[in-house]
Design a protein around this ligand. Structure first.
Ligand SMILES: *Cc1c(COP(=O)(O)O)cnc(C)c1O
Length: 356
């Protein structure tokens, strides 16, 4: 990889805000590190790469991404090992996926130089912001949006790519209650569900609010055609333990290919747990809970790792999942192993960690 750091202009913050942050009490996504990386796509090229203090943008009211939604993002985490080295978890997967999202939304794609070079340079400048306490990490948010000031509905010719970061703490919550959604959809075949594009999240908020008014925390999305098969949960992939096997819906154009999903599947295989990627019907899940063959259901995503569910609601009936001790479930075993790889407590036999 060629990372020509000289291309990146660095304007450092006059004073760091790091003293204002309580690293023992980090809420998700509220504290922003001192700097951000910015690059603009103009005349067919990524130009003016800069690391500047985290600050507001000045934007035109006619900015096309605000009107027509050419806006995509990524999310990944960086960790510090005992030696103080900054370790990114599988960043090339996020790079590849960002370009898949960009292609689907008819946006400019990123070069590896800009994505990885900007990411590494930013993490070097803000290395002090990477928490070292167990289960804390630096959440990294790369994103890109259209910047043409033109009201015609057409792909923008100019884009801004930005990366900023947030130190985040352990994500402890009591196991959420999930509702199987059979009216609204998150995505459909031929649509944009596999892309991490802004509008997907906007569209999911109202159905989620309705479920919360019924006492649930999150939704389980089902297929758009029949509402018969499980797709994802909230903004995460979903996994089940059925007959001792790790079972998850196979990815498609209506399911986002999570890096966490892939990591947990690979870790499970390496531990000798059988893995199945296939269609998972609502009926299989509910009868599985009732018969005791389905022993776990959990969400998989960067923010939480693996998040075990308390219950699944369907058509007004709640199906309780078994409760586990803090380290007894397959979900937590897989999550802990993934975290140990990320922080360097165990050897990274997969080659996933990218040291900055
Ligand atoms: C980001 C995301 C995921 C999880 O992807 P990770 O790479 O594991 O963080 C799953 N589903 C949706 C809809 C997402 O936006």
């Amino acid at each position: 990889m060629t990372t020509d750091v000289l291309q990146i202009e660095l304007r450092k913050a006059e004073r760091s805000r790091i003293q204002e942050v309580d690293f023992n009490n980090l809420p998700f996504g509220k504290h922003f590190s001192d700097h951000m990386f910015v690059a603009d796509f103009i005349d067919g090229e990524w130009t003016s790469q800069m690391i500047v203090p985290f600050d507001n943008f000045t934007l035109s009211p006619a900015l096309s991404s605000l009107h027509y939604g050419q806006s995509i993002f990524e999310g990944m985490k960086a960790f510090k090992n005992e030696a103080g080295e900054v370790r990114l978890f599988r960043p090339y997967e996020n790079f590849k996926r960002m370009n898949e999202s960009a292609k689907r939304m008819c946006m400019a794609t990123l070069t590896e130089d800009v994505f990885m070079g900007g990411l590494e340079a930013l993490l070097r400048v803000d290395a002090d912001w990477v928490p070292s306490s167990p289960e804390s990490s630096l959440y990294v948010r790369p994103y890109m949006f259209a910047t043409d000031t033109y009201l015609g509905v057409a792909p923008s010719k100019t884009y801004r790519f930005c990366i900023f970061t947030c130190p985040v703490g352990a994500y402890y919550s009591k196991p959420p209650k999930l509702k199987i959604e059979t009216e609204y959809i998150r995505s459909a075949p031929g649509g944009v569900g596999f892309a991490k594009c802004a509008g997907n999240y906007a569209g999911s908020m109202y159905p989620t609010l309705l479920a919360q008014q019924q006492g649930y925390d999150q939704l389980i999305w089902t297929d758009a055609r029949e509402h018969k098969y499980i797709e994802e949960s909230g903004t995460m992939n979903i996994m089940f333990v059925i007959d001792g096997k790790l079972v998850t819906p196979a990815t498609s154009d209506s399911i986002l290919k999570g890096v966490t999903r892939d990591s947990l599947l690979q870790i499970a295989r390496s531990m000798g747990i059988e893995v199945e990627e296939r269609l998972v019907s609502i009926d299989e899940v509910l009868t599985g809970i009732e018969s005791g063959r389905l022993t776990e259901a959990f969400g998989a995503g960067t923010a939480v790792g693996a998040s075990p569910y308390a219950l699944i609601g369907y058509n007004g009936k709640d199906y309780m999942l078994p409760e586990y001790g803090p380290t007894d479930s397959v979900a937590v075993k897989l999550r802990d192993q993934m975290n140990a790889i990320r922080t360097g407590q165990v050897e990274d036999t997969f080659g996933w960690v990218h040291t900055v």
